[in-house]
Structure formats: structure tokens, C-alpha cells
Design a protein around this ligand. Structure first.
Ligand SMILES: C[S@@+](CC[C@H](N)C(=O)[O-])C[C@H]1O[C@@H](n2cnc3c(N)ncnc32)[C@H](O)[C@@H]1O
Length: 270
């Protein structure tokens, strides 16, 4: 059942491991884990959605489920299949979705400005919090995610939402989205795919931006991580990789680090 929050020793153990390992789980470092939110819920036992190897690993190792499932998915040559498996396992109470906050991303909340009916696209919309934030600020929002379970959970969490939640793949997006959005938000999604897929993902991202619009890109900053001991996912970005969103008429407006240098926060326009 979704929506309850049962105290759980496995979750506590995993949380402790995350703290012990320092910044290696930087896409949620510094943000408390929330386990009470739709398909992001965390509990402990039972079979995993698919993949016998991943099933055994989730149930018997202290390794985070996202890492176990990502490894199995990538071994099959599939860079994104593990996301839905993770959300499905979480919805059944068998894993946790580590990026689930139960509220909008704080850096996006700090940035948020009036949309006045303009169109916004939220990449990797997950459980919908960032999309709902922008909708509340007057943007006409499309939120998309490659994981059908996440899209269904977002719709369930916000049944009266005006957000258009869509299942779509950044690596193969709908052609109708070409230069269609006044705001494009990419927060810590592309870094969750191996680097081989990055050029295609960044080209898609740039293609969504309408003339005069704003694209926000935030990813873990490689320059301030201990990359010698890093375990993926995620795969952190270099500064020049973030800058490479400036292609095909898109130009960089600003690139800063936030969270004590742990993340890039970049804005672009066309
Ligand atoms: C690490 S989570 C970040 C979620 C959210 N942006 C946040 O900041 O909490 C990555 C999300 O992107 C989605 N995703 C990963 N690859 C994708 C792709 N190729 N196209 C669309 N969504 C994708 C995943 O299903 C997941 O919900």
C-alpha cells in the first residue's frame, strides 16, 4: 500500500551507510530521505519487479537498490529500464527511491518565478513535486519520465493537477516538443544515465528550448567529488559537459556551483 511511513531498520541501516560513505551518493547528499511519498516509499522485503539477479541482491546486500538495479539494467544494454523497476519495487514496499523528497527541489523552489501561462517542461518528473511547484507559479507544465510507474504515481498524488504527466524518453522525445518550451528544467536526470548517452540527452534537452526561453541544468559537479572512489550511479558532470548544452542556437547565461560546490546550477537561453 502506498502512502504510509513505517519505521524500518533496513532503511536506517542504509541511511547510516550513506552517511558513512560521505559524498558518494551526492544526488541526495544534504537532503533528508523521505520515505512517505507514493512510489518513493521505502520498506524492506519481498520480490523485485524484474531481474532475478537484482532480486537476490536487493534482498541480501546493504547496497542501495538503485545501484543494484542499474548494474543489472546496464548489463543488458538498457540505460533506463532500472528506473521503472526501482519505482515498482518501491511501490511494493521493497526498495527506496533515494531522490524522493516529498517536496520540490529546494534550488528550484528558490529560483521559481511567475510563469504567466508560458509552457514549462520538467525532465525526469519523478513523483511530480517540481512540476507541481511550477504549476503553482503559473506555468503550463508538461512533466515527463521514462518510468511509467513514476508517471502513474505523480498522477495519483495530484489528482486535480493541471500538469500534463507523460511517459517519454529523453533519448527519443516527441518531435512536437522541438523548441516548444519557455522553461526547460533538467535537475539530476541526465547524470543518472552512463556518459555514453550524454551527448544525445543534451542535444534533446537543447532542442526543447523556445526562442527567448530559459533552460535550467543542475547536475553533480565532478570537480568537487572524490572521483577515484566514486560509485555510480550517478555519473557526475564536468563543467564543459554542462556548458555543452549551449548548442544549435542555445547559449549559456550563467554557470555556478551550489551546495558547497557539490552541484552545478546553469541557465541557458536561445
Ligand atoms: C535521479 S532521478 C531525479 C528526479 C528529479 N529530477 C529530482 O531531482 O529529484 C532521475 C529521474 O529521471 C528519470 N529518467 C531517467 N532517464 C530518463 C530518460 N531517458 N527520459 C526520461 N526520464 C528519465 C527517472 O525515471 C527518474 O525519475
Amino acid at each position: 500500500m502506498l502512502g504510509s511511513n513505517v519505521p524500518d531498520l533496513d532503511v536506517e541501516r542504509r541511511r547510516a551507510l550513506i552517511v558513512e560513505k560521505g559524498g558518494d551518493r551526492a544526488y541526495w547528499a544534504g537532503e533528508p530521505l523521505h520515505t512517505d511519498s507514493g512510489a518513493g516509499r521505502a520498506v524492506k522485503t519481498g520480490p523485485v519487479g524484474s531481474g532475478a539477479v537484482a532480486k537476490v541482491a536487493i534482498m541480501t546486500t546493504p547496497e542501495p537498490a538503485d545501484r543494484v538495479l542499474a548494474r543489472a539494467s546496464l548489463a543488458e544494454g538498457d540505460p533506463t529500464g532500472w528506473f521503472d523497476r526501482l519505482y515498482t519495487a518501491a511501490a511494493r514496499g521493497e526498495a527506496e527511491v533515494p531522490w524522493t523528497r516529498g517536496r520540490p527541489h529546494p534550488d528550484l523552489a528558490a529560483w521559481a518565478r511567475p510563469g504567466e501561462g508560458r509552457r514549462a517542461l520538467v525532465v525526469g518528473s519523478a513523483l511530480g513535486d517540481d512540476s507541481e511547484l511550477l504549476s503553482a507559479h503559473g506555468w503550463a507544465v508538461t512533466g515527463f519520465d521514462v518510468a511509467p510507474t513514476a508517471v502513474a504515481a505523480a498522477r495519483d498524488r495530484f489528482p486535480r493537477s493541471t500538469v500534463d504527466y507523460v511517459v517519454a524518453d529523453l533519448l527519443n522525445p516527441p518531435s512536437a516538443w522541438h523548441r516548444a518550451f519557455d522553461l526547460v528544467v533538467e535537475i539530476m536526470n541526465i547524470q543518472a544515465m552512463p556518459r555514453d548517452f550524454r551527448p544525445a540527452a543534451l542535444t534533446s534537452l537543447a532542442s526543447f528550448l523556445a526562442p527567448g526561453g530559459t533552460a535550467i541544468v543542475s547536475e553533480v559537479a565532478e570537480e568537487n567529488q572524490d572521483m577515484a572512489n566514486w560509485q555510480s550511479p550517478p555519473w557526475p558532470f564536468s563543467r564543459s559537459e554542462v556548458e555543452s548544452v549551449a548548442q544549435d542556437g542555445v547559449r549559456l547565461v550563467g554557470l555556478d556551483t551550489v551546495r558547497d560546490g557539490a552541484r552545478y546550477w546553469a541557465t541557458f537561453t536561445r
